[in-house]
Design a protein around this ligand. Structure first.
Ligand code: GLN
Length: 394
């Protein structure tokens, strides 16, 4: 048989999905792959049941149903203050995963350099490989996850085509400050670099932090490619509804990539999701309050157990510091934890370019009862980890 593609040779199984798979196998509480275990707003699911009978059931226009695009743009304008033309400046995609891939395919050539902050969401590595771009990693240094400005400028100075900015950040929970964003914006203008944003956690931000839209900074509308999705905001990760917002010259390319990749997002789901996009401000306030509550329950529990962690400013993950157990291989440790403690997390090393193996990512978008059960199981972690003999992770 002839060789398979070189492009996909280096691919490994997504560590996040792998942990979910092992977690299911052992009936553990799955705090690895980030998705809620509570229901989406009932207005949206009610509408979905109506759409089942009324349609649409055929293809929507490839770059997204008109009413859906208009609703996204209206909501985006409301929160960011940026006006977007729904005909020329948005493409609806199958989740932000496709949004990101289509954005990368549209702006990079093989060999182009793309700046990625480390730790990063694992898809960015795959996006770079598929589009042929070469990542330049710039560390966000734990536990505060600040970056070194000179190091960042050096990365830009290598002629980077784009920088990927996940804000609020998965997995470290960093919410970039106005000063940091201004600095990144200035560098991107100075070195003529695109900024590809991943803003899926825009509404999951803990006071007093605030989400600032990169595109809203002076001179940044033209060079920012916004990737976003409805997954986290409306608790519908399985619907795979995302979008790219950018100026017409870029969107024109993204539309073509998207058309050939997927044709379009699911028409009935777009129709039903418009209901969510039209929610008033109180929905987003309640969402943030709900997340603050879940964060407090989970982190409060970790604190009581005297475990070490870094508190997120946004998004729905917490990084547990497991260095006290002498972890050398965090993947093996996470597998051991699933089997012996009954809680699944994601090994931190799958997010870091640097040699970091003392962190485990847990996500807490879960019902109170799930979080309490997870905490109850985690109460045995220290004892079990300290007692563990002949384990592969030490
Ligand atoms: N973004 C979520 C996470 O980081 C889900 C990842 C995925 O499986 N698509 O866990």
């Amino acid at each position: 048989m002839k060789n398979l593609s070189i492009r996909t040779e280096e691919f490994t199984e997504s560590v996040i999905r792998k942990m979910t798979r092992i977690s299911n196998e052992y009936n553990a509480i799955n705090l690895s792959q980030g998705f809620p275990d509570f229901e989406p707003p009932k207005e949206i699911t009610q509408k979905l049941s109506e759409v089942a009978l009324s349609g649409p059931h055929q293809y929507a226009i490839t770059w997204g149903a008109k009413n859906f695009r208009e609703a996204v743009v209206k909501k985006y304008e409301h929160f960011s203050g940026i006006s977007v033309n729904p005909e020329e400046e948005i493409v609806v995609t199958c989740g932000s995963t496709e949004a990101m891939m289509a954005a990368m395919m549209s702006i990079t050539n093989p060999g182009d350099k793309v700046i990625v902050f480390s730790p990063f969401y694992e898809n960015y590595g795959a996006d770079a490989i598929l589009s042929g771009a070469e990542p330049i990693y710039v560390p966000l240094i734990p536990p505060t996850f600040d970056f070194d400005r000179t190091q960042l400028e050096n990365a830009f100075a290598q002629g980077a085509k784009a920088i990927i900015l996940c804000n609020p950040s998965n997995p470290c929970g960093k919410v970039f400050s106005y000063d940091e964003l201004m600095y990144i914006a200035e560098l991107s203008k100075k070195y003529d670099t695109y900024v590809v944003t991943d803003e899926v956690y825009e509404h999951i931000v803990y006071a007093p932090n605030k989400h600032i839209y990169m595109q809203s900074l002076d001179g940044m509308k033209e060079r920012t490619i916004v990737c976003n999705s409805l997954s986290k905001t409306y608790s519908i990760t399985g619907w795979r509804l995302g979008y790219v917002i950018a100026v017409p010259e870029i969107i024109d390319r993204v539309k073509k990539v998207h058309d050939f990749l997927t044709v379009g997002a699911a028409a009935p789901l777009m129709e039903a999701a418009v209901t969510g996009l039209q929610f008033g401000d109180e929905y987003y306030k309640e969402l943030a309050d709900h997340y603050t509550h879940m964060k407090n329950v989970f982190i409060g529990g970790l604190k009581k157990l005297d475990l070490k962690y870094t508190e997120p400013q946004g998004a729905y993950y917490v990084l547990l510091d497991v260095s006290e157990f002498g972890v050398k291989d965090d993947t093996k440790f996470c597998e051991w934890m699933i089997k012996n403690v009954g809680v699944a997390g994601v090994p931190g090393s799958s997010f870091f370019k640097e040699d970091v193996h003392h962190l485990v990512r847990f996500h807490f978008a879960k019902k109170d009862e799930t979080l309490y059960e997870a905490l109850d199981r985690l109460s045995s972690l220290r004892q079990k980890a300290n007692d563990a003999k002949d384990v592969e992770w030490r």
